[in-house]
Ligand binder design. Structure first.
Ligand code: CTP
Ligand code: CA
Length: 226
Protein backbone atom coordinates (compact mmCIF):
# COMPACT_ATOMS: atom_id res chain seq x y z
CA UNK A 1 0.00 0.00 0.00
CA UNK A 2 2.88 2.32 0.80
CA UNK A 3 4.47 1.43 -2.52
CA UNK A 4 1.19 2.20 -4.25
CA UNK A 5 0.85 5.68 -2.78
CA UNK A 6 4.52 6.43 -3.42
CA UNK A 7 4.23 5.35 -7.05
CA UNK A 8 1.17 7.57 -7.58
CA UNK A 9 3.30 10.69 -7.55
CA UNK A 10 0.97 12.55 -9.86
CA UNK A 11 -2.29 11.88 -8.00
CA UNK A 12 -4.42 15.03 -8.12
CA UNK A 13 -2.31 16.53 -10.91
CA UNK A 14 -3.36 17.32 -14.46
CA UNK A 15 -0.91 16.41 -17.22
CA UNK A 16 -1.43 17.85 -20.70
CA UNK A 17 0.35 16.04 -23.52
CA UNK A 18 0.54 16.73 -27.24
CA UNK A 19 1.26 13.83 -29.58
CA UNK A 20 1.58 13.00 -33.25
CA UNK A 21 2.05 15.19 -36.29
CA UNK A 22 -0.09 18.07 -37.45
CA UNK A 23 -1.74 18.00 -40.88
CA UNK A 24 -1.77 21.23 -42.84
CA UNK A 25 -4.44 21.30 -45.54
CA UNK A 26 -3.63 22.33 -49.06
CA UNK A 27 -7.00 21.52 -50.59
CA UNK A 28 -9.93 19.23 -49.65
CA UNK A 29 -7.96 16.05 -50.46
CA UNK A 30 -4.32 16.98 -49.79
CA UNK A 31 -2.22 18.01 -46.82
CA UNK A 32 1.35 18.42 -45.54
CA UNK A 33 2.39 16.28 -42.58
CA UNK A 34 5.44 14.55 -41.08
CA UNK A 35 6.69 11.15 -39.89
CA UNK A 36 5.58 11.46 -36.25
CA UNK A 37 3.84 8.29 -34.99
CA UNK A 38 2.51 9.67 -31.72
CA UNK A 39 4.24 6.83 -29.84
CA UNK A 40 6.39 9.04 -27.61
CA UNK A 41 3.50 11.31 -26.65
CA UNK A 42 1.19 8.39 -25.97
CA UNK A 43 3.90 6.71 -23.86
CA UNK A 44 4.15 9.90 -21.77
CA UNK A 45 0.37 9.94 -21.39
CA UNK A 46 0.31 6.31 -20.29
CA UNK A 47 3.14 6.81 -17.79
CA UNK A 48 1.31 9.84 -16.35
CA UNK A 49 -1.87 7.78 -15.97
CA UNK A 50 0.06 5.07 -14.11
CA UNK A 51 1.44 7.75 -11.79
CA UNK A 52 -2.14 8.72 -10.94
CA UNK A 53 -2.55 11.88 -13.04
CA UNK A 54 -5.58 13.10 -14.88
CA UNK A 55 -4.35 13.18 -18.49
CA UNK A 56 -5.45 15.22 -21.49
CA UNK A 57 -3.93 14.35 -24.86
CA UNK A 58 -4.16 16.68 -27.83
CA UNK A 59 -3.32 14.48 -30.79
CA UNK A 60 -2.73 15.11 -34.46
CA UNK A 61 -2.09 12.37 -37.01
CA UNK A 62 -0.83 9.21 -35.31
CA UNK A 63 -0.16 5.65 -36.42
CA UNK A 64 -1.07 3.94 -33.12
CA UNK A 65 -4.03 3.93 -30.72
CA UNK A 66 -4.04 6.32 -27.76
CA UNK A 67 -3.94 4.78 -24.27
CA UNK A 68 -7.32 4.10 -22.67
CA UNK A 69 -8.23 6.43 -19.85
CA UNK A 70 -7.01 9.74 -21.24
CA UNK A 71 -9.18 12.63 -22.31
CA UNK A 72 -8.46 12.70 -26.06
CA UNK A 73 -8.80 15.83 -28.16
CA UNK A 74 -8.24 15.02 -31.83
CA UNK A 75 -7.03 17.86 -34.06
CA UNK A 76 -5.53 18.29 -37.54
CA UNK A 77 -3.64 21.55 -37.90
CA UNK A 78 -1.12 23.48 -35.80
CA UNK A 79 -3.76 26.18 -35.39
CA UNK A 80 -6.27 23.66 -34.00
CA UNK A 81 -3.59 22.22 -31.70
CA UNK A 82 -2.90 25.74 -30.44
CA UNK A 83 -6.58 26.27 -29.64
CA UNK A 84 -7.02 22.90 -27.90
CA UNK A 85 -3.82 23.29 -25.87
CA UNK A 86 -4.73 26.83 -24.82
CA UNK A 87 -8.15 25.60 -23.62
CA UNK A 88 -6.53 23.07 -21.24
CA UNK A 89 -3.45 25.04 -20.20
CA UNK A 90 -4.80 26.87 -17.15
CA UNK A 91 -5.67 23.69 -15.26
CA UNK A 92 -2.50 21.80 -16.24
CA UNK A 93 0.34 21.16 -13.79
CA UNK A 94 2.70 19.58 -16.32
CA UNK A 95 2.61 20.18 -20.08
CA UNK A 96 4.59 17.85 -22.33
CA UNK A 97 4.84 18.96 -25.96
CA UNK A 98 5.83 15.77 -27.75
CA UNK A 99 3.93 16.60 -30.95
CA UNK A 100 5.72 17.29 -34.21
CA UNK A 101 4.09 20.58 -35.12
CA UNK A 102 4.38 21.88 -38.67
CA UNK A 103 6.57 24.98 -38.82
CA UNK A 104 4.88 26.08 -42.05
CA UNK A 105 1.43 25.69 -43.59
CA UNK A 106 0.12 26.48 -47.07
CA UNK A 107 -0.42 30.24 -47.25
CA UNK A 108 -3.76 29.67 -48.95
CA UNK A 109 -6.17 26.78 -48.41
CA UNK A 110 -7.91 25.97 -51.70
CA UNK A 111 -11.62 25.30 -51.36
CA UNK A 112 -11.69 23.16 -54.48
CA UNK A 113 -9.31 20.36 -55.40
CA UNK A 114 -6.30 21.83 -57.16
CA UNK A 115 -6.17 20.93 -60.86
CA UNK A 116 -2.84 20.27 -62.48
CA UNK A 117 -1.74 22.91 -64.97
CA UNK A 118 1.92 23.74 -65.62
CA UNK A 119 4.98 21.47 -65.56
CA UNK A 120 5.99 22.71 -62.10
CA UNK A 121 4.04 23.93 -59.11
CA UNK A 122 5.37 26.24 -56.42
CA UNK A 123 3.64 26.21 -53.04
CA UNK A 124 3.78 29.26 -50.87
CA UNK A 125 4.01 28.41 -47.17
CA UNK A 126 3.63 30.66 -44.13
CA UNK A 127 4.83 30.20 -40.56
CA UNK A 128 2.58 28.62 -37.96
CA UNK A 129 2.44 29.90 -34.38
CA UNK A 130 5.06 28.33 -32.11
CA UNK A 131 2.73 26.80 -29.50
CA UNK A 132 5.46 25.97 -27.00
CA UNK A 133 6.91 29.47 -27.19
CA UNK A 134 3.47 30.98 -26.58
CA UNK A 135 2.95 28.71 -23.53
CA UNK A 136 6.39 29.74 -22.27
CA UNK A 137 5.30 33.38 -22.38
CA UNK A 138 2.00 32.68 -20.64
CA UNK A 139 2.94 30.08 -18.02
CA UNK A 140 2.23 30.75 -14.37
CA UNK A 141 2.63 27.57 -12.29
CA UNK A 142 2.93 24.99 -15.11
CA UNK A 143 6.03 22.87 -15.56
CA UNK A 144 6.74 23.09 -19.28
CA UNK A 145 8.46 20.20 -21.06
CA UNK A 146 9.47 20.60 -24.71
CA UNK A 147 11.05 18.21 -27.18
CA UNK A 148 13.90 18.98 -29.52
CA UNK A 149 14.30 16.78 -32.57
CA UNK A 150 17.80 17.36 -33.91
CA UNK A 151 20.28 15.82 -36.31
CA UNK A 152 23.34 17.84 -35.23
CA UNK A 153 24.69 20.02 -32.35
CA UNK A 154 22.08 18.51 -30.01
CA UNK A 155 23.19 20.22 -26.79
CA UNK A 156 23.47 23.62 -28.42
CA UNK A 157 20.02 23.51 -30.04
CA UNK A 158 18.39 21.95 -26.96
CA UNK A 159 19.61 24.76 -24.69
CA UNK A 160 18.67 27.33 -27.31
CA UNK A 161 15.08 25.98 -27.40
CA UNK A 162 14.89 25.80 -23.61
CA UNK A 163 15.85 29.45 -23.27
CA UNK A 164 13.93 30.79 -26.24
CA UNK A 165 10.70 29.00 -25.30
CA UNK A 166 11.07 29.47 -21.52
CA UNK A 167 10.81 25.71 -20.86
CA UNK A 168 11.65 23.94 -17.61
CA UNK A 169 12.82 20.79 -19.35
CA UNK A 170 13.87 19.90 -22.87
CA UNK A 171 13.90 16.31 -24.07
CA UNK A 172 16.46 16.25 -26.86
CA UNK A 173 16.86 13.44 -29.29
CA UNK A 174 19.16 12.81 -32.17
CA UNK A 175 16.57 11.66 -34.68
CA UNK A 176 19.27 10.44 -37.06
CA UNK A 177 20.65 7.96 -34.49
CA UNK A 178 19.88 4.25 -34.79
CA UNK A 179 17.05 3.40 -32.37
CA UNK A 180 15.93 6.99 -31.90
CA UNK A 181 13.86 7.64 -35.00
CA UNK A 182 10.30 8.90 -35.27
CA UNK A 183 8.47 5.64 -35.83
CA UNK A 184 10.31 3.09 -33.69
CA UNK A 185 9.46 1.72 -30.26
CA UNK A 186 12.72 2.91 -28.68
CA UNK A 187 14.38 6.24 -28.10
CA UNK A 188 17.69 7.73 -26.93
CA UNK A 189 17.18 11.08 -25.23
CA UNK A 190 19.01 13.65 -23.17
CA UNK A 191 17.22 15.79 -20.60
CA UNK A 192 18.21 19.44 -20.26
CA UNK A 193 17.20 21.98 -17.63
CA UNK A 194 18.13 25.60 -17.02
CA UNK A 195 21.41 24.37 -15.48
CA UNK A 196 22.31 22.37 -18.60
CA UNK A 197 22.46 18.60 -19.11
CA UNK A 198 20.53 16.75 -16.38
CA UNK A 199 20.52 13.16 -17.63
CA UNK A 200 21.62 11.20 -20.63
CA UNK A 201 19.34 8.19 -21.01
CA UNK A 202 20.52 5.06 -22.84
CA UNK A 203 18.57 3.30 -25.58
CA UNK A 204 15.26 2.47 -23.89
CA UNK A 205 11.72 1.59 -24.87
CA UNK A 206 9.57 4.68 -25.36
CA UNK A 207 7.56 3.50 -22.36
CA UNK A 208 10.63 3.44 -20.09
CA UNK A 209 11.89 6.73 -21.56
CA UNK A 210 8.51 8.28 -20.77
CA UNK A 211 8.52 7.24 -17.13
CA UNK A 212 12.11 8.52 -16.66
CA UNK A 213 11.11 11.88 -18.16
CA UNK A 214 8.12 12.13 -15.79
CA UNK A 215 10.28 11.17 -12.79
CA UNK A 216 12.50 14.17 -13.50
CA UNK A 217 9.46 16.39 -14.12
CA UNK A 218 7.92 15.35 -10.78
CA UNK A 219 11.13 16.22 -8.93
CA UNK A 220 10.91 19.71 -10.38
CA UNK A 221 7.23 20.29 -9.76
CA UNK A 222 6.65 23.18 -7.40
CA UNK A 223 4.66 22.46 -4.21
CA UNK A 224 4.66 18.68 -4.55
CA UNK A 225 5.13 16.78 -1.28
CA UNK A 226 7.79 14.12 -1.92
N1 CTP B 1 6.66 23.34 -31.30
C1 CTP B 1 5.45 23.98 -31.09
N2 CTP B 1 4.88 24.72 -32.09
C2 CTP B 1 5.49 24.84 -33.29
C3 CTP B 1 6.72 24.19 -33.53
C4 CTP B 1 7.28 23.44 -32.50
O1 CTP B 1 4.90 23.87 -29.99
N3 CTP B 1 4.91 25.55 -34.25
C5 CTP B 1 7.25 22.57 -30.18
C6 CTP B 1 7.36 21.08 -30.43
O2 CTP B 1 6.18 20.42 -30.02
C7 CTP B 1 8.55 20.70 -29.57
C8 CTP B 1 9.41 21.94 -29.59
O3 CTP B 1 8.56 23.02 -30.00
O4 CTP B 1 8.19 20.44 -28.23
C9 CTP B 1 10.59 21.88 -30.50
O5 CTP B 1 10.21 21.52 -31.79
P1 CTP B 1 11.32 21.44 -32.91
O6 CTP B 1 10.67 21.18 -34.23
O7 CTP B 1 12.42 20.52 -32.44
O8 CTP B 1 11.92 22.91 -32.85
P2 CTP B 1 11.56 24.27 -33.58
O9 CTP B 1 11.50 25.32 -32.52
O10 CTP B 1 10.37 24.14 -34.46
O11 CTP B 1 12.86 24.57 -34.42
P3 CTP B 1 13.45 23.81 -35.72
O12 CTP B 1 12.35 22.91 -36.28
O13 CTP B 1 13.83 24.92 -36.63
O14 CTP B 1 14.62 23.01 -35.20
CA1 CA C 1 10.12 22.45 -36.02
Amino acid sequence: EEWFSRSRKLAGKHVLVTAGGTMERLDPVRYLTNDSSGKMGFAIAEAALLMGAEVTVVAGRTTVEPPAGVKLVQIESAQQMLEAVTAHFETADIVVKAAAVADYRPARQQEQKLKKTGETLTLELERTTDILQLLGERKTHQLLVGFAAETQQIAHYAMDKLTRKNCDLIVANDVSAEGAGFNGDTNIVQLYGKEGLIQELPLLSKRETASRILEVAVQRLPHLPQ
